[in-house]
Design a protein around this ligand. Structure first.
Ligand SMILES: Nc1ncnc2c1ncn2[C@@H]1O[C@H](COP(=O)(O)OP(=O)(O)OP(=O)(O)O)[C@@H](O)[C@H]1O
Ligand SMILES: [Mg+2]
Length: 338
């Protein structure tokens, strides 16, 4: 159990974003989950948002590492360096002398995968590391009453994974995790533009297309389709070219990933008692995680599943807010099953 005396930090280490909060304060860092090393060394050239700006532009002597892949820490050393970098950046360039960490972890990790989080925390310099499942953290972050006997279903859509948990009385009754989240939409947009328009576009461009143009809502008869000008490299001539993409090209491109998410929700509900499932008809399914902000997704899921679905406020911040809550109130730490 944490002591109350030392510095405490909560970290939501995601595939796309890393968020850090400090005991007694709000979120102190919200940056890209990426780091650039000098090749073959542990020297950090860039980290966080600055490193993101360099992705796809790095010279040969630099190596870009995304420490989290498909929702799970894949490189504990790089994850530790990234955490340490953000702690230093928010502490006048110096690592806090003694600190403890609360780290969010996906549901259903193997022992080896859990150890990667413990290793990342310890290598970052933490004297103690506590792990909390992110779906439980999200429930706390959304201020769901912990001892409510009625069920809540949370669907957390990140960049690299989608997690669904049916929560009852502060515990997990059923949960599922699948690889692939918001990043799958980015990949789908890139491959669509490549095959339909013979144009190679970078991930940052595809992310803009997803945020600005992609929409699962049925087209509004009165509104013409919107469009976005994108730049890329022509597949045939290799010459830079721009292209006007239209919103009505995208629904079929983004639909398969939405169906995958709906499938995970269905699988979580199978195996639940009728009583628990019945609670959801009153309460609805709560969407959180940055990927849940995809336009029209909430309405599409509600129609597809024939059940109320709600997009929560600041969906990308639910997990870090919940981790902060448990960091502040260690006595309320939930059991994660082992
Ligand atoms: N307005 C938006 N429309 C569509 N997608 C969005 C929007 N805003 C953010 N996203 C997506 O949300 C994702 C980031 O969400 P989040 O920070 O919850 O993920 P993460 O924690 O890094 O990933 P994971 O939990 O899967 O490891 C990115 O894929 C991003 O493109
Ligand atoms: Mg996440």
């Amino acid at each position: 159990m944490f002591s109350f005396s030392s510095n405490r930090f909560a970290v939501d280490l995601g595939t796309a974003r890393i968020r850090v909060s400090k005991s007694g304060r709000e979120t102190i860092a919200d940056e890209a989950s990426v780091i650039v090393f000098q090749k073959g060394t542990s020297t950090v050239l860039l980290a966080g948002d600055e490193a993101l700006a360099a992705v796809e532009r790095t010279p040969r002597h630099a190596e870009v590492i995304f420490p989290v892949q498909e929702g799970i820490v894949a490189d504990a050393e790089a994850a530790a360096t990234l955490i340490e970098h953000l702690l230093k950046k928010n502490n006048k360039g110096r690592r806090p002398s003694k600190f403890e960490l609360t780290l969010g972890i996906p549901t259903g990790l193997t022992r080896v995968e859990r150890n990667a989080y413990l290793e990342a925390g310890a290598r970052s310099g933490a004297s103690k590391v506590e792990l909390i499942e992110t779906t439980l953290a999200a429930a706390a972050g959304l201020r769901l009453p912990p001892n409510d006997p009625k069920a809540h279903l949370i669907c957390e859509i990140g960049a690299g994974q989608c997690q669904v948990a049916l929560l009852s009385m502060g515990g997990v009754a059923q949960s599922r995790r699948t690889r692939g989240g918001g990043e799958n939409w980015v990949d789908a947009i890139q491959s669509y533009v490549r095959s339909a328009h013979q144009l190679l576009i970078g991930a940052p461009t595809a992310i803009s297309v997803k945020h600005v143009l992609a929409n699962l809502a049925p087209p509004d008869e009165t509104d013409p389709p919107s469009s976005l000008l994108v730049q890329g490299r022509d597949l045939i001539t290799s010459i830079p070219r721009s292209l006007k993409l239209h919103s009505d090209e995208l629904p079929s491109v983004i639909l398969p990933q939405a169906e995958k998410i709906a499938q995970v929700i269905r699988q979580t509900l199978q195996g639940c008692s009728a009583e628990l499932t019945g609670d959801l008809v009153d309460r609805g399914i709560l969407l959180c995680g940055g990927g849940a902000s995809l336009k029209g997704l909430t309405e599409w899921l509600a129609a597809y599943l024939n059940c109320p679905v709600h997009l929560t406020e600041d969906p990308e911040l639910a997990v870090i807010r919940g981790l902060s809550h448990f960091m502040e109130k260690p006595a309320n730490l939930p059991q994660t099953g082992d």
